[in-house]
Design a protein around this ligand. Structure first.
Ligand code: HPA
Length: 269
């Protein structure tokens, strides 16, 4: 595993001029942030040794290096989901690669279904905690170089970054919610009974990503900030048919606000 990661990192290093300080994972319908990056080089996943290749519509599959908010960043346009059939070690492989490339902070975005009755479609939610209902990506042999066998999860989403995000959103007059994201395997959206269950166990939103990557970031000591766009509601009385197309449409519309917050935060790092 370690050797594979290092081979991939060495390949990427021969193509980039400067080491990235910030990693960004862009979720469904959220690739537009890339337009804000002064791109130095973009590498297709298919050209990167050992990299999985994205199979979902809306995830174009490129690693983009450049400058955003005055910092060197690496952005994943397209991520890997467990429901695509990858083993968890593949889903989180890019996070480990980004760590070895030198990132000091990780930003993650996603689209999710809101189960908090106070949420509205198109809202942004800062993730302040999560519930992991997918297989834990750390199951299996642990490379001690990655981090502890039993990583602490008491502050998985960095509190200082959350405070900064709220101050920036306030200044930009962008409404943000805050809460708990629950990760499920997907690819089915939830039944009404499942949405109800997620609310009862303490979720504000439910989605199919982010948690594996955040766990890896935590284990490897990378402060992590994650934001969710509420693309549909799993709230009794407000549940309607959900489609991937609708999720993408809402995410794309709301992402302008999210991009402004991410950029503002990166400027201040
Ligand atoms: N459930 C799970 N994942 C999602 C949803 C949802 O309602 N919306 C966007 N991603």
């Amino acid at each position: 595993m370690l050797e594979t990661i290092k081979d991939t990192v060495n390949y990427i290093r021969t193509h980039i001029k400067s080491e990235p300080e910030v990693g960004i994972i862009l979720g469904t319908g959220l690739g537009g942030l890339v337009k804000e990056i002064e791109i130095e080089i973009s590498i297709s996943y298919k050209d990167i040794p050992n990299f999985p290749v994205s199979t979902v519509e809306g995830h174009s599959g490129k690693l983009i290096f450049g400058k955003l908010g005055g910092k060197n960043v690496v952005a994943m346009q397209g991520r890997f989901h467990y429901y695509e059939g990858y083993e968890m070690s593949k889903v989180v492989f890019p996070v480990r690669v980004m760590k070895y490339l030198g990132i000091k902070t990780l930003f993650i975005s996603n689209a999710s279904g809101g189960v908090n009755p106070n949420f509205e479609i198109g809202d942004l939610m800062i993730i302040n905690d999560h519930i992991c209902l997918v297989p834990n990506p750390l199951i299996g042999r642990n490379e001690s170089e990655f981090g502890p066998r039993f990583p602490d999860m008491s502050e998985i989403y960095d509190k200082t970054l959350i405070i900064k995000a709220k101050a920036i959103a306030d200044k930009l007059e962008i409404k943000v919610q805050e809460g708990v994201y629950t990760a499920t395997t997907g690819p089915t959206f939830e039944t009404p009974a499942e949405y109800k269950f997620f609310r009862i166990i303490g979720s504000d939103t439910v989605g199919m990503s982010t948690v594996p990557e955040a766990i890896i970031a935590r284990q490897m000591g990378i402060p992590c900030f994650a934001m969710s766009i509420i693309t549909d509601l799993g709230v009794p009385g407000k549940i309607v048919e959900v489609t991937h197309e609708e999720v993408q449409k809402v995410a794309t519309k709301a992402e302008v606000k999210m991009t402004r917050i991410f950029k503002g935060m990166i400027e201040q790092l």
